[in-house]
Design a protein around this ligand. Structure first.
Ligand code: NAD
Length: 467
């Protein structure tokens, strides 16, 4: 048996014990994880800085997400674990119906690199809260963060309850060959398909958290300066390596010129306030590695070759994983950047003259993870929300819908993902919602009218129901 299979067997061996664990026991584990995070906070900052040059406060925001989920789960766990009474229908009259949420067994969390500590720990929270054993596979592209997560977990939970598997794609592939009961995946669509196929072999349920091209609609009534400020932040934050980051803007043609001027101004105001240069800014982190830096530069080069205009930015230093915050316009559909997720600090700007065109641009693409509308016209906002689809949406802001409110479930739709995380929805997705009907045995309620040979009364009852 390989080391990975051996560790998996240990996790499997504790399924029943964890399923029967109390709310207090599970809450204690979550609190211990948080205490471990707090204890290693400075090391987590150093790791994020080494990996992406990320500012401490931006990494702290990741930790706030972890705390928010843990606090909410700890507070609500007893309630979530209680059997839920279900109202009777005509057909279950006299019986007692309930839902009991039981752990699924062993959950795999296969995670990505862009917010590595949160992506390792946030999905583990509902998994542990629901009484599962958990395997965490951190991204190989964020090895320093992975090491700290492993040390935190090793110190807080026994190896038959939670295990961290570090390594590259070969480790992910070996894990995917094992009969996990639920697989939670964060990453790109290509690997998302691999995960779905692997899950099918063992009938594992899945949550897929992927990405895509999240659009921004700015209509002629929008508060442009406000929108440009928020979009400069949304696109440049974490150097664009944010799954819900705005990827492209569709703006009413009458506002385009003003908006482009504002975008350049706001990017500089937020990220180059001392005038030392965006490349020197402590707030503009690096792309995770040379391969992804080169990929983003190639998208910009392809767009400019096919006619895109660089409004601002356009520079890069691939060896140092730097992509200058960039705004492009004069886009066309044949550009790779209009069809592939950038996952970097490059915003494309398109225009529209009538709003049906906006729907056409968005709806001919796969459903995105997020959609943003900037407008002060309620009717227009409603029109754009009603006629498009996305995992989540925000009106007059961006990137504030994830990790900010555990009552607001988060996830994608179609190729941007499936399943939800956050609070009770996350807990439910890691649980088997078991429907239970209790039949009382007294002669008034234990009526076996539906058994053959069928009576005239039963026949009339059923046939009446068909009318
Ligand atoms: P990544 O390269 O870190 O890969 C993610 C995981 O998949 C890793 O653990 C890796 O080992 C595994 N993996 C990679 N190739 C594999 C293969 N061939 N077989 C099996 N496993 C494999 O991350 P990434 O995929 O580049 O992440 C970026 C993507 O993640 C973007 O598309 C982004 O939008 C998305 N994302 C989504 C969310 C969300 O919550 N929806 C959050 C963050 C990132």
């Amino acid at each position: 048996m390989s080391d990975i299979a051996d560790k998996f067997a240990k996790l499997q061996s504790s399924r029943q014990r964890l399923r029967n664990s109390s709310a207090a026991e599970r809450a204690a584990k979550l609190k211990a994880i948080w205490a471990g995070v707090v204890e290693r906070k400075d090391d987590i900052f150093i790791a994020g800085n080494k990996e992406r040059g990320t500012h401490d406060l931006d990494i702290a925001a990741e930790l706030v997400m972890i705390k928010g989920e843990i606090d909410f789960a700890v507070k609500n766990l007893s309630k979530w674990m209680k059997p839920e009474k279900i109202k009777n229908s005509l057909n279950t009259m006299g019986k007692r119906c309930e839902i009991r949420r039981q752990s699924k067994g062993v959950v795999l969390n296969l995670s990505a690199y862009n917010a590595p500590t949160a992506e390792c720990l946030v999905p583990a929270i509902p998994a542990i809260a629901a009484g599962n054993a958990v395997a965490i596979k951190p991204s190989e592209h964020a090895p320093h963060s992975a090491q700290i997560v492993q040390e935190i977990i090793n110190r807080t939970l026994p190896a038959d309850e939670c295990e961290v598997f570090q390594g590259g794609v070969e480790v992910s592939q070996e894990l995917l060959g094992l009969p996990f009961n639920h697989i939670y995946y964060t990453g790109g669509m290509g690997v998302g398909k691999i995960v779905m196929k692997a899950a099918a072999d063992h009938f594992a349920s899945i949550t897929l958290e992927m990405g895509g091209k999240s659009p921004v609609i700015i209509d002629e009534t929008a508060e442009l300066e406000n929108a440009a400020t928020k979009l400069a932040w949304g696109r440049v934050m974490n150097a664009g390596q944010v799954c819900i980051a705005p990827e492209y803007v569709i703006i009413h043609e009458s506002k385009k010129d003003e908006f482009l001027t504002l975008m350049e101004e706001k990017i500089n105001a937020l990220y180059n306030s001392d005038g030392a240069g965006l490349d020197k800014s402590q707030y503009v982190p690096r792309i995770i590695n040379e391969r992804h830096s080169g990929r983003i530069k190639a998208l910009v080069d392809d767009a400019t070759k096919k006619g895109a205009t660089v409004v601002c930015g356009g520079g890069s230093d691939i060896a140092n994983h730097y992509i200058e915050p960039t705004v492009l316009t004069d886009m066309s559909e044949d550009m790779d950047i209009m069809n592939e997720e950038v996952f970097g600090p490059v915003l494309s700007v398109l225009t529209y003259s009538n709003r049906e065109d906006v729907l056409d641009i968005i709806n001919r693409r796969p459903s995105p993870l997020a959609l943003y509308v900037y407008s002060t016209n309620d009717e227009a906002i409603d029109y754009f929300l009603t006629n498009t689809s996305s995992g989540s949406a925000v009106v007059n802001n961006n990137c504030i819908q994830s990790g900010t409110n555990p009552r607001l479930p988060f996830g994608g739709v179609g190729s941007s993902g499936m399943g939800r995380i956050g609070g009770f929805e996350g807990f439910k997705s890691m649980s088997n919602e078991r429907s239970i009907v209790h039949q009382p045995l007294d002669r008034f309620r234990d009526i076996l009218i539906m058994l053959p040979p069928y009576s005239e009364r039963y026949n009339n009852l059923i046939m009446k129901g068909l009318k």
